[in-house]
Design a protein around this ligand. Structure first.
Ligand SMILES: [Zn+2]
Length: 415
């Protein structure tokens, strides 16, 4: 039976993957700099007998690892990038390893690791002949920076019959919902520097322009689709307050459930930037850094995944896990406490506010308790060949949600 082969193979190698998740955790590398994380994964996959193809010519640290032949060709996406500023020891209190350094606050030390485990499980089933086809793991850099469109443009995903991915969260579920389309741009304003006290009338402040642009975007919000989002940061705003800033730079990100809504909104944001430049006598140039279309959920595959997910035992939290949760909760304020307990399935409160935050709870969780259970859940739910269900599966069962049911609105974009 193919499922047994897959499960047994993963079970037999689980310590290896636990260790790999910990190694990547201990070597956090931000997007496009994942040299060691990618090397660790490639070395492991070679040891497991996969044919590894380096794709650095397309994108640094990208690769594929393949086993088998013929169809179907099933892809598994793996990522491994950390986030800036989230350096953290495995601890129940906030303790950066390197102050200001990167850390895995989004569970990406698990993403690729679990998909690798799934790939090795499928390989074991292919070797016995009970399954036929090809399994292809994708080492995908820069999940936080929308790295995959570059790979897609290069045709790396051609020939796939299906491709699966997952992400750590506070629930075990099949994510049968789409994600936002997104475009990120940088706006660079150029003005004229001058002494801010002696000759301010001779200056033209690039920072004024960027500030007015951000105000314009705030007023834009009322008149854009409710589901759309615009985020921004000021990445450069001058050197000294007594110098009228000659240059200023802002990064803006526009998101909406559909790309057809994003693109007109991007044009309106550009118009706001032009208006800000006109008002301040400055110049502006903009550049699209990257973008990606919305994810289209596949209900047939989701049903198959859900069926398999139900067959995998839920994680059992032991006394050490609960001690950890208690330690984290003791350190937290009320909001953090609710979110922390939710991570351990103790409280149904949403944990979404922790994702991508520097709060140590999320970081400590992924580093201590999470990696050693959640990857197993994910790795043991690859797609197994089975006829799709003709009727919707039953509703909630434990912490598993029914695919196809819209989840609460949640900005689950890819960064
Ligand atoms: Zn993430």
């Amino acid at each position: 039976m193919g499922k047994d082969k897959v499960m047994n193979a993963i079970e037999a190698s689980k310590e290896r993957f636990f260790g790999l998740a910990a190694e990547i955790w201990n070597r956090p590398e931000i997007s496009y700099q994942e040299r060691e994380s990618a090397s660790l994964q490639k070395a492991t996959l070679r040891e497991f007998g996969f044919h590894v193809v380096e794709l650095d010519r397309i994108q640094n640290h990208a690769f594929t690892a393949e086993f088998g032949s013929g169809s179907p060709v099933i892809g598994l996406l793996g990522e491994f990038d950390a986030l800036p500023g989230l350096s953290q020891k495995v601890s129940t209190v906030q303790e950066p390893v390197v102050a200001g350094g990167p850390g895995h606050g989004c569970g990406h030390n698990l993403l690729g690791t679990a998909c690798m485990a799934a790939a090795t499980g499928l390989k074991a089933a292919l070797e016995t002949g009970c399954l036929k086809g090809t399994v292809r793991y994708y080492g995908c850099p820069a999940e936080e920076q929308v790295g995959k469109p570059v790979l897609a443009q290069a045709g790396v995903f051609a020939g796939l019959d299906a491709v699966l991915c997952w992400h750590p969260a506070d629930i075990n579920t099949v994510a049968a919902y789409g994600t936002n389309a997104s475009v990120e741009l940088v706006f660079r304003f150029k003005g004229v520097a001058s002494h801010a006290a002696q000759v301010p009338h001779l200056g033209r402040s690039a920072l004024d322009a960027l500030t007015l642009m951000s105000v314009g975007v705030e007023f834009l919000r009322e008149h854009m689709p409710q589901s759309a989002r615009v985020h921004y940061i000021v990445s450069s705003g001058g050197e000294r307050p007594n110098i009228v800033p000659r240059s200023a730079e802002g990064h803006f990100q526009v998101r909406s459930p559909r790309m057809r809504e994003v693109l007109p909104l991007v044009r309106r944001v550009v118009d706001v930037a032009k208006g800000a430049a006109l008002m301040t006598g400055t110049q502006v140039e903009w550049e699209v850094l990257h973008g990606c279309h919305d994810v289209l959920p596949n209900s047939v595959i989701s049903d198959v995944l859900y069926d398999n997910l139900k067959s995998v035992p839920l994680p059992v939290f032991d006394a050490a896990d609960r001690d950890l949760a208690a330690g984290l909760a003791a350190y937290s304020n009320d909001d953090q406490k609710r979110a922390t307990l939710a991570l351990f399935g103790i409280d149904p409160a949403s944990v979404a506010t922790l994702i991508h935050s520097p709060l140590h709870e999320s970081i400590g969780y992924w580093g201590v308790g999470g990696p050693y259970r959640r990857p197993r859940m994910s790795a043991t739910c690859p797609i197994w060949p089975r006829p799709p269900r003709s009727t919707p599966p039953p509703g909630r069962s434990g912490s598993v949600r029914t695919p196809g049911r819209p989840l609460p609105p949640r900005d689950r974009g890819s960064v």
